[in-house]
Design a protein around this ligand. Sequence first.
Ligand SMILES: Cc1ncc(COP(=O)(O)O)c(C=O)c1O
Length: 381
Amino acid sequence: MNNFKLNEKISFSGIDIQQKKLGVKINTSIAKVIETNKFIMGPEVSSLEEKLSCYLNTNFSISCANGTDALSLALIALDFRRGDNVIVPSFTFISTAESALILGINPIFVDINSDNYSINYNQLKSVYSESKRKGIKIKGIINVDLFGMPSNYEVLQNFCKNNKLKLITDAAQALGAKYKKEFISNFTDITTTSFFPSKPLGCYGDGGCLFTNSKSIASKLKSLRIHGKGINKYDNISVGMNSRLDTIQATILLEKLRTFSKELKRRKEVAKLYLENITDMVIKPFVDKDSDPIWSQFTIRTKKRDKLKAFLEENKIPTMIYYPIPLHKQKAYKKFRILTNSLENSEDACNQVISIPIHGYISNLEVDKIISYINKFFKNK
Ligand SMILES: Cc1ncc(COP(=O)(O)O)c(C=O)c1O
């Protein structure tokens, strides 16, 4: 926790507090890497990958340069080609669709559920049927476990199996989330994540990783991230990318991984307090009995979002809007195929969501303050 005083500004992501706690140890491990000069693919990279596989109970972890590359690498490894179509939710960070578009793969947007922000299954089914009717072949889905909330993998897996679709999960915000007590990376062809600094497991810059249980996919990914290498990087068996995780970032992540479970535990305690004590005048995230979210964000919804944001900020409670514009309305993305008329839940979410502070070091005093100011705002309305 931390020594927060009531009149101080609350930390939104806790990155500053974590830095104070772990900084000295991290600096020592960075110094060790510098001494060895093994900046690229040093032993810390494979050590991190082994530890992540072990933690997630998933056979293979393949690190890379960032979470956006991880998604592009996943698409290439699953044989997506230029002109193929992939279903993506419209309410997510831009990378989910950008990673496809940069490869000439078309995103087909579907709506989300308004309570857990996952792909809306009814719409998924109708968009899929509509595409079939129009002769548009869909090759797979990039599902997103937004804010750390796992999707219903039973439904998703069945749908993909029955229709021979590839399933990728963008778990940039959901590393460690479980569905039916199983890590989400065990339900997909490939799951990706991001180690962007503000993520629950974040490094000191950019970083990412892919997880799979398939040996052949893992070996493709290991080649693709280093220029499509064969025996070595001067032997190129496919067209790949330069997308490795720096050794320095790997050593930072190894240090942070030691406290990761403890931090997730605190996030879960805080989410419980928010769920139980924040007024029902806001819409709180819905967690079904099979879901074990990691709460990378705690996101509530209200039509009075902008006023609530101003009120909280005035009282030194930082907030974030993830995300203000749905992908199908982004200038560069408008022209992509929309097979449904309604992406209403995504549009409403953009107008109503507001994320409040949650992290592994937030104190009960801070949590109480946040709850009481939200409740005060609605009492005065
Ligand atoms: C849902 C989602 N997908 C993808 C990414 C991309 O990750 P990166 O910034 O590491 O490329 C992010 C990062 O913010 C994200 O939140």
